[in-house]
Design a binder for this molecule. Structure first.
Ligand code: 13P
Length: 287
């Protein structure tokens, strides 16, 4: 069932668990994530970066694929189709195409401009019943060729953005996209607690879920994180399973070259990764 992310995040915040956002890249990814959510009776957010949207042919293609799978596979758990790190233009394009949720990442603008643009997007999304994620303090690491510096968000700026009526707020607390370097200092829980203290009920979003140790995930949830984004970990799992299949020569046996066989181990690997995260985040049986 396609819904905005609002209700699932309020339930997660109140129930002290987090809903996973898993980024999609193609049919295999989308089907694997939707089936895993259904099997585990978990709400789920499908993340679509602008680069991934383009790769899949465009936002209408994404909406058609996701809505078609929800119907054909009888997916009854709550599902949100969410633009990840959207530009100002990207937000309007995905709303027009039929996404149920958008992230406007204005973290690279001066705070006054971030506020102004976020405010406008909140107004338009509210008219359509869509959820909005905003960001303060850019998340480090590399995503779609954009390299962020890994800032620690300013709690006062977080409050200014939260007060605009966004559904959820992403704040940099030392988290980065992709693999964490060996010398990573870990999440800044002091800042997270300070942000939570000023934003009150606002569900917080933790980006860069790949490779954050379980104890840090649990502590972040206890401090108000209600949505956790995972992308790279599914990519790594898919690539490893596909490599094993090819390295063991399976594509050369019988009809092992058939894409339905060739991509099956990667598909199963994504399912296993998503299930593990849903268990860790506590969203199993919370649909
Ligand atoms: P990872 O790729 O590090 O899991 O981060 C995902 C993310 O935050 C998407 O916005």
């Amino acid at each position: 069932m396609l819904v905005s992310a609002k209700e699932m995040l309020i339930k997660a915040r109140d129930g002290k668990y987090a809903v996973g956002q898993f980024n999609i890249n193609n049919l295999e990814w989308t089907k694997a994530i939707l089936l895993t959510a259904q099997e585990n009776n978990s709400p789920v957010i499908l993340g679509v970066s602008e680069g991934a949207g383009k790769y899949m042919g465009g936002y209408h293609a994404v909406v058609g694929m996701v809505n078609g799978l929800i119907k054909d596979l009888n997916i009854t758990v709550p599902v949100a189709t969410h633009l990840d790190h959207g530009s100002y233009e990207g937000v309007f394009k995905t709303i027009e195409a039929g996404f149920s949720s958008v992230m406007f990442d204005g973290s690279h603008y001066p705070i006054a401009e971030n506020i102004e643009k976020t405010k406008e997007i909140v107004r338009i999304a509210a008219e359509k019943g869509l959820s909005v994620e905003a960001e303060v303090g850019s998340i480090g690491g590399e995503e779609d060729g954009v390299v962020g510096g890994g800032e620690i968000a300013d709690p006062a700026e977080c409050k200014q953005i939260a007060d605009l009526g966004v559904t959820m707020l992403a704040a940099g607390i030392g988290n980065i996209h992709g693999k964490y370097p060996a010398n990573w200092k870990g999440l800044d829980f002091d800042t997270l607690a300070k942000i939570k203290a000023v934003v009150g009920d606002m569900p917080l979003v933790l980006h860069g879920g790949t490779g954050i140790p379980a104890d840090m995930i649990q502590k972040a949830i206890s401090l108000g994180v209600a949505k956790i984004n995972v992308n790279t970990e599914c990519q790594l799992a898919f690539a490893e399973a596909t490599r094993k299949y090819i390295e063991s020569g399976k594509d050369l046996q019988g009809k092992g070259f058939d894409p339905r066989k060739l991509l099956a181990p990667g598909f199963e690997a994504i399912k296993a990764t998503v299930k593990e995260k849903m268990e860790l985040f506590g969203s199993v049986n919370k649909a």
